[in-house]
Design a protein around this ligand. Structure first.
Ligand SMILES: Cc1ncc(COP(=O)(O)O)c(C=O)c1O
Length: 371
């Protein structure tokens, strides 16, 4: 995660003798790390041994001590890790925090950053301001009295205003797939914003990065996909999918095929079409009338499935094909436009597998088969 190197001076424990070193600024490293021989020559003595995780996941142990370090003319005592010979000296996150320095990824330099000195009253004031001025998705004030307010992320970890550390097990909302604190992404975004902050993508207009991204994406996804429609959120993507499916049938001369089959228990988002697709009645309450044409299939979870409940063995992986004809009759599914079945894959024989996997849809063969 290092982005650039700078010259620092590592000193002896008395702060009398300093030696210049090129160190990689690396917030992916907790501590500053220097080759053991360099530290020993300066008279730095290890005072403990600690476990570390390397970039490739290996676990190792190294000696640690502390000594003086000079950065930009300022000197601080900092913890140092004694690393193997030939390894690159690193300037780690703890040292940067001690110096009150952060990274300017564009200028590739260190910049002064404020530390957090948040009193309990400050945190309370933030919560009050949040409640007073911000409307959250799927929100009720009563359930939002003690929100977790995040301030920082690094890799798979998050910190809140009280300094509590969390594992970001959901990758935030499944959208921080490459981890927090990716300086290279911040750098690219900052560069792009300086060049062109926004461009209209309606018909007749385009921009270079979105063309390149669409091209690259198509080189990575399943061969049955040809083009991308970029959206700003999951809900918007769901709206887009619904519209694309209906428009497909409209172009086929069958506009009556407009039904969207969505599962009970499935969450599809906060916009109106996505709310209608969402199979949880609580999310509909107060937002009616819902758009037309949404019908429910059973949930993926055998334990909650209306057909499986009470069964000795759960036919996991099966959407009750014996009842599929009933379902088709009951919902006039011949008019189905799309099966918005989260985690569902159509199989060759037109069955549906209730498996937790990605929705893959061969639109050339699947839509005609849903009839
Ligand atoms: C399966 C699924 N679809 C759609 C959404 C809505 O995404 P967004 O909150 O980005 O609008 C979510 C959000 O959790 C989701 O889990």
């Amino acid at each position: 995660m290092g982005v650039f190197s700078i010259t620092v001076e590592i000193g002896d424990p008395q702060g009398e003798r300093f030696q210049a070193v090129e160190a990689l600024v690396d917030t992916g490293a907790s501590y500053t790390a220097m080759p053991a021989s360099l530290l020993r020559n300066l008279g730095v003595v290890p005072d403990e041994r600690r476990p570390f995780i390397l970039a490739d996941g290996r676990r190792v142990e190294h000696d640690m001590g502390q000594t003086w370090l000079r950065v930009d003319g300022r000197t601080r005592m900092t913890p140092v890790v004694f690393t193997d010979e030939g390894t690159q000296p690193l300037l780690g996150a703890v040292t940067l925090e001690e110096f009150g320095l952060g990274i300017d990824p564009v200028g590739r330099r260190l910049i002064p950053v404020p530390g957090y000195l948040m009193k309990a009253e400050d945190a309370e004031a933030l919560v009050r301001a949040d409640l007073a001025h911000q409307i959250h998705p799927q929100f009720h004030v009563r359930d939002h009295q003690d929100p977790v307010i995040y301030v920082r992320g690094e890799g798979a970890l998050l910190w809140d205003i009280h300094g509590n550390e969390y594992i970001d097990g959901l990758s935030s909302l499944w959208n921080v797939a490459v981890g927090h604190g990716r300086k290279e992404l911040a750098e690219v975004a900052a560069r792009q914003m300086r060049e062109l902050a926004f461009s209209n993508s309606y018909v007749g207009y385009a921009n270079v990065p979105s063309i390149r991204l669409a091209e690259r994406l198509m080189s990575l996804v399943y061969p049955n996909m040809q083009a991308a429609f970029f959206c700003n959120s999951g809900s918007e993507a769901v709206e887009g999918a619904i519209k694309i499916a209906r428009f497909f049938w409209y172009l086929q001369g069958q506009p009556e095929k407009m039904k969207i089959i969505a599962r009970k228990e499935a969450y599809h988002g906060g916009t109106l079409g996505a709310t209608a697709a969402t199979g949880m009645p609580a999310f509909h309450q107060g937002f009616g009338p819902m758009p037309e044409g949404f019908v429910r299939a059973e949930t993926c979870y055998p334990y909650r499935c209306g057909h499986c409940r009470g069964a000795d063995d759960f036919p996991f992986g099966d959407l009750h094909l014996g009842r599929r004809d009933d379902f088709v009759r009951a919902h006039d599914s011949g008019r189905a436009s799309a099966h918005q079945l989260r985690g569902t894959q159509p199989r060759q024989d037109d069955e549906f597998e209730c498996i937790e996997s990605r929705w893959t849809l061969d639109h050339t063969t699947f839509f005609p088969r849903v009839s």
